[in-house]
Design a protein around this ligand. Sequence first.
Ligand SMILES: *Cc1c(COP(=O)(O)O)cnc(C)c1O
Length: 399
Amino acid sequence: MPTQSSYIMPTYAPQPISFARGSGSWLYTADNTAYLDALTGIAVCGLGHCHPKITTAISEQAATLVHTSNLYRIEWQEKAAESICKAAGMDSVFFANSGAEANEAALKMARLYGFKKEFKHPKVIVMQNSFHGRTLLTVSATANPKAKAGFYTLDDDFIRVPFGDIAAIKQAALDYEDITAILLEPIQGEGGLNTAKDGFGYLEQVQAVCDQHDWLFMLDEVQTGNGRTGKYFAYQHSQAKPDVLTTAKGLGNGFPIGACLVSGRAKDLLTVGSHGSTYGGTPLGSRVVHTVYDILSNSDIMNNAATEGEYIQTTLQNALKDFGVSTRGQGMMIGVVLPEGTDCSTLVTDALNHEKLIINVTGSNVIRLLPPLNMARNETNQLIERLTRLVRHTLAKNE
Ligand SMILES: *Cc1c(COP(=O)(O)O)cnc(C)c1O
């Protein structure tokens, strides 16, 4: 398959392969070659490809009613709102169409919170290596310089601290008077599959500082949400409780939808006219959200993500520890860390060509695994086997 059409703007550099269909943990090319999918469209298809209940929800609703706008009540949106609020332990939700938009809503709320306190220039604390999206404001909150170059974004609105470093947050509280919120990912996905050194207890420490200074405690669970880490939301591994929680990716299992949920201090910030979206929470998107909730909350899938995720980490560690390889992450969000300096430039292509395995590389030397939450043990074993062979081969080549 040749390179991508020049009619597409060159913002991506796709692999020269295209998939014709998908089912569960597998993607198939037009000639029916099967690839084991340990990426799920970047943590999106958590229930696997073309889950029959999602397929039914989409096709039935597409034949019934797709869109009416938020000028009218939307029954499916009200249903989806109740389910996702219950799952997240939050009070209410605004539906957007992507992760970046969900974060945009959160950041607008942070501004409103500062506005109410008559702050001249409300600031939000964000983390090194964070990723929050590609809109102008969320790209400012993002750490990666490549994502920001040339966009003259509003860096003054953000204070950046090292992820996992509670002392740096306390120092920022002393240095600045006009902080209104903290926005962070419980586990950093795009930025290198980073976990805090105090684990999820870090979230409790961050919340304590937010409570002390009356800042909004905002969690970006765009990637970690919807069962990915073995709990519905990653913060539920801790005793912490956010004021604002954003999610997307697994929320629609491939249908593009995002959500910004609030409780506590953030509850009444957005009012009629202060925010909106033409498409946010359509009957079609909302029915999918409700169906994902229905599947996750009435099945063993999240437990499966927890146990299979742990199994993947321990088995890989045992198989590869002699090669200086370690693992980190939670549930089905796993980083496999290769020795510093390993040339990983052909890893994704080698995995496709030699192992028929779909993976991603982040940082410069971290293999990022985001398998379906409901991956079966025989598939998990295939993933481990293919990945072990790939890593050994790559390290041998590097010697
Ligand atoms: C993917 C991602 C986003 C952006 O989501 P989009 O749907 O691409 O806008 C934001 N935050 C995190 C943590 C993400 O992983």
